[in-house]
Design a protein around this ligand. Structure first.
Ligand code: SAM
Length: 282
């Protein structure tokens, strides 16, 4: 898990449910979220559109992301949850998209809902740490707020890079927070942990700044979880509200202190990077 997420976990350890962000926790989250009118209202208010989100990407950023995809491209989305974002991007861009996630509840929801859209939309249950990624030769691999859960950034990028077609690209949306012992430069565009990892592996990339969006996102996320708390409770979905509150205090503090940035990294396939396991081999 990424270091910033580790810091966040220290603040959320006492939630009293299945460990936050575990597979069991996400299964519970998506089981409830898919049926919850209040969760839909929350997403509409916070993200600008209800796509059952659990990340930080608002509609501006999503529309920018859609503008980077071309019709007919073969796309893999890692950490796709229950696939509403995947489906939206497919509708907007006419890409063929395979979504993978380890929440079998979320994947089953996506499969049921999009049955008629196969094979252009396809969903598989995959643990991004322990399982092989299905298929290969992807034109694009998308990771929207899922890269934090895949382990070491360098190993993850090498693993994803190995699944790209020559000339393909990865699009990674990720935040960076500044913690106590971090260097003063960590929030600067070329100095986030992701940027330094990309440079260390000689990737060519561009990064697009969505810092203003993410700061605004966390302030709204904080406010609406509190405004809608009675409605969540009336549905018996305190879990969903508590899940949001468990993280949004930490993020809102960072947003208000100006110690939180966000970038969308568009990363070219690196043909010279050995797949994981072969690095260092002759
Ligand atoms: C923060 S949510 C983001 C979901 C979605 N991309 C969005 O922006 O709303 C992270 C997603 O990654 C998935 N995930 C976390 N760890 C995973 C793992 N080890 N393997 C596969 N999926 C994982 C979760 O189930 C969840 O759907």
């Amino acid at each position: 898990m990424d270091q910033s997420m580790g810091e966040l976990m220290n603040h959320t350890a006492d939630m009293g449910q299945a460990q936050m962000f575990s597979k069991a926790w996400y299964n519970e989250y998506f089981r409830r979220a898919a049926e919850s009118p209040t969760h839909s209202r929350f997403c509409e208010a916070v993200y600008g559109r209800d796509l059952c989100q659990h990340g930080m990407m608002d509609t501006d950023e999503m529309d920018f992301l859609a503008s980077l995809l071309k019709p007919g491209e073969k796309v893999l989305e890692v950490g796709c949850s229950n696939g509403y974002i995947t489906e939206y991007l497919h509708q907007r861009t006419a890409c063929t998209i395979r979504g993978v996630d380890y929440s079998d509840v979320a994947i089953a929801q996506a499969q049921r809902r999009t049955q008629g859209k196969a094979p252009a939309l396809d969903f598989r249950c995959v643990d991004l740490i322990h399982d092989e990624l299905p298929g290969g030769d992807y034109d694009v691999i998308l990771a929207i707020d899922s890269i934090y859960f895949m382990g070491d950034y360098g190993a993850t990028l090498a693993k994803l890079n190995a699944k790209l077609a020559p000339g393909g690209r990865m699009i990674v949306a990720a935040f960076q927070a500044e913690e106590e012992n971090d260097p003063d430069t960590i929030l600067l565009p070329g100095h986030t942990r992701m940027a330094e990892t990309l440079q260390g592996l000689s990737f060519r990339y561009t990064q697009h700044d969505f810092t203003a969006n993410i700061r605004n996102h966390w302030i709204k996320n904080y406010e609406f979880s509190r405004t809608l708390q009675p409605e969540f409770a009336a549905e018996g979905n305190e879990f969903l509200c508590e899940a949001r509150m468990a993280e949004n205090g930490w993020f809102k503090d960072h947003a208000e202190r100006g110690t939180l940035v966000r970038f969308l990294y568009v990363i070219d396939h690196n043909p010279n990077l050995a797949p994981p396991g072969l690095q260092g081999a002759r």
